[in-house]
Design a binder for this molecule. Structure first.
Ligand SMILES: [Zn+2]
Ligand SMILES: [Zn+2]
Length: 145
């Protein structure tokens, strides 16, 4: 992660009137560094040593603020907990069946699917999600028992 990215994100928070507490700053920094699309719990576990007074609820609270400003995207997967993505540009995800890791990859946005879906169903399409599943390189190296 570049320092510039962090400064930019902090700038956007300030412009939106959000107070930058040390915890909020740490959550943001962690998110920008994390390539794993962490859950709130992952973030909590990574930072609880540094902020003993912090709770999972605080982390959620911060994530909600970031989401409202458009700094992060929340990815929900049925009943399992949400994951957070600070890459808000258009991209797709590939998900490991074994460890649940989510990796970004880029592919031209499938706009034709959206316009076809609109034509066929009469919906106003807002967005689409596509996920590819498989086994990641790490898990291929260490077979699960
Ligand atoms: Zn894996
Ligand atoms: Zn992503």
């Amino acid at each position: 992660m570049s320092e510039v990215q962090l400064q930019e994100a902090v700038g956007r928070l300030k412009n939106s009137g959000v107070r930058i507490t040390p915890q909020r700053h740490a959550v943001l920094e962690y998110l920008l560094n994390a390539e794993i699309h962490p859950t709130a719990d992952d973030i909590y576990k990574a930072l609880e040593g540094k902020f003993p007074n912090m709770s999972v609820a605080t982390v959620y609270n911060n994530l909600r603020v970031f989401r409202e400003i458009g700094l992060v995207r929340e990815l929900t997967y049925g009943d399992s907990s949400s994951r957070f993505d600070c890459n808000t540009s258009d991209h797709y995800h590939i998900i490991c069946d074994a460890c649940g890791k989510i990796v970004d990859f880029h592919y031209p946005s499938l706009d034709e699917v959206e316009s076809l879906a609109e034509k066929v169903t009469g919906f106003d399409v807002s967005h689409h999600r596509m996920e590819i599943y498989g086994v990641c390189e790490d898990c291929k190296k260490t077979p699960q028992h």
